[in-house]
Design a protein around this ligand. Structure first.
Ligand SMILES: NC(=O)c1ccc[n+]([C@@H]2O[C@H](COP(=O)([O-])OP(=O)(O)OC[C@H]3O[C@@H](n4cnc5c(N)ncnc54)[C@H](O)[C@@H]3O)[C@@H](O)[C@H]2O)c1
Length: 255
C-alpha cells in the first residue's frame, strides 16, 4: 500500500530539511522525484537521485515553469508536495512590518496557492497534493502572526482544492509538523518548548515527519482528502505533567 513504484513526484523546498527527507523516502519507496528549490538543487539532486529544478515559489511563472519542466522530465505527475516555506518570528501584530508580512505571505501562502493553481494541469487523475502547514496553524506563539496566518491559510486552501479536485480523484491534504530539527528548524528554543510541551517530550527530526508524507502520497490514504494531519508529538493533547509540575508544583490537575 505504501509502495510508490512508477509514481512521479514533484517537491518544492526539496533541497533541504523536511523536503529533502521526503524526497529521499519517496525515492526509497520507488518514486521518481523532481526537487524544486530557490537554492540550486543540483548537488542534492545528484546525491539522492532526483531531478533538480530551480524555482522561487513566490513567483507564479517560476512555479508554473518548474511544474511543466517536471512533467517534461517525468511525464504526468502523481504526487505534488508544496513544502517550501520560511520561518519567521517578528514583532507583535501592532508592530508588524509590511516587508516581513509580504515575504512570509508570498512564500508560505501564495507559493502554495500557485502550486495548487498549476499542478492539476500536469497531474494524472488519482494523484495526491500534500502541503506542509505547521502546528503554528493551531498553536499561536506571540510574534508569529505572519507565519501562523500563512500556515492556517493553506489548510483552508487545501480544503477548497480537495472539493474542486475530488471529481478527478486528486486528493489534497496538509501535514502540520511541530518543531523539527532542520536549518529553519528548532534551535534551542524549539527544543526546550518540545521538551516541556509535547507528550513525547522531544523535538522532531525529519524522519519523524517524512513517513506521514509517504502515507498521504500512497494508496494507504486513498479515502483521505481535505485533512490536516498534526505531527506534533502530542503537543495539542494538553499540558504535560512536566508543565503542570512547573506551574502548580504537582504533576496532575488541581483537585
Ligand atoms: N522545521 C520546523 O520546525 C517546521 C515546523 C513546522 C512546519 N515547517 C514547515 O516545513 C517546511 C519545510 O521547512 P524546513 O524545516 O525543512 O526548512 P528548511 O529551511 O530546512 O528547508 C526549506 C527549503 O525550502 C527552500 N525554500 C525557501 N524559500 C523558497 C522559495 N521561495 N522557493 C523555493 N524554495 C524555497 C529552502 O531553500 C530549503 O531548501 C516549511 O514550509 C516550514 O514552514 C517546519
Amino acid at each position: 500500500m505504501f509502495n510508490l513504484k512508477n509514481k512521479k513526484a514533484y517537491i518544492t523546498g526539496g533541497s533541504g530539511g523536511i523536503g529533502r527527507a521526503v524526497a529521499e523516502l519517496m525515492i526509497a519507496n520507488g518514486a521518481q522525484v523532481a526537487i524544486a528549490d530557490i537554492n540550486d538543487p543540483s548537488t542534492v539532486a545528484a546525491e539522492i537521485g532526483a531531478i533538480p529544478l530551480q524555482c522561487d515559489v513566490a513567483d507564479e511563472s517560476n512555479v508554473q515553469r518548474s511544474l511543466a519542466d517536471a512533467e517534461k522530465a517525468l511525464g504526468k505527475l502523481d504526487i505534488v508536495v508544496l513544502n517550501a516555506g520560511i520561518g519567521d518570528v517578528g514583532p507583535e501584530i501592532g508592530e508588524l512590518d509590511q516587508s516581513l508580512l509580504e515575504r512570509v505571505t508570498r512564500i508560505n501562502y501564495w507559493g502554495v496557492l500557485y502550486g495548487m493553481k498549476h499542478a492539476p494541469t500536469v497531474m494524472a487523475d488519482g494523484g495526491s497534493i500534500i502541503c506542509t502547514s505547521s502546528m503554528a496553524a493551531f498553536i499561536n506563539l506571540p510574534g508569529g502572526a505572519a507565519y501562523s496566518a500563512s500556515k492556517r491559510a493553506i489548510i483552508s486552501l487545501a480544503e477548497m482544492a480537495a472539493l474542486e479536485l475530488g471529481h478527478r480523484n486528486i486528493r489534497v491534504n496538509c501535514v502540520c509538523p511541530g518543531y523539527t530539527d532542520t536549518a529553519m528548524g528548532s534551535g534551542d528554543e524549539g527544543r526546550k518548548i518540545c521538551e516541556a510541551f509535547t507528550a513525547l517530550g522531544r523535538v522532531a527530526n525529519v524522519d519523524d515527519i517524512s513517513g506521514v508524507f509517504l502515507f498521504l502520497a500512497s494508496d494507504a490514504s486513498r479515502y483521505m482528502t481535505g485533512q490536516a494531519l498534526k505531527v506534533d508529538g502530542g503537543w495539542v493533547c494538553g499540558p504535560t505533567t512536566n508543565l503542570l509540575e512547573m506551574v502548580t508544583g504537582a504533576a496532575h490537575s488541581p483537585s
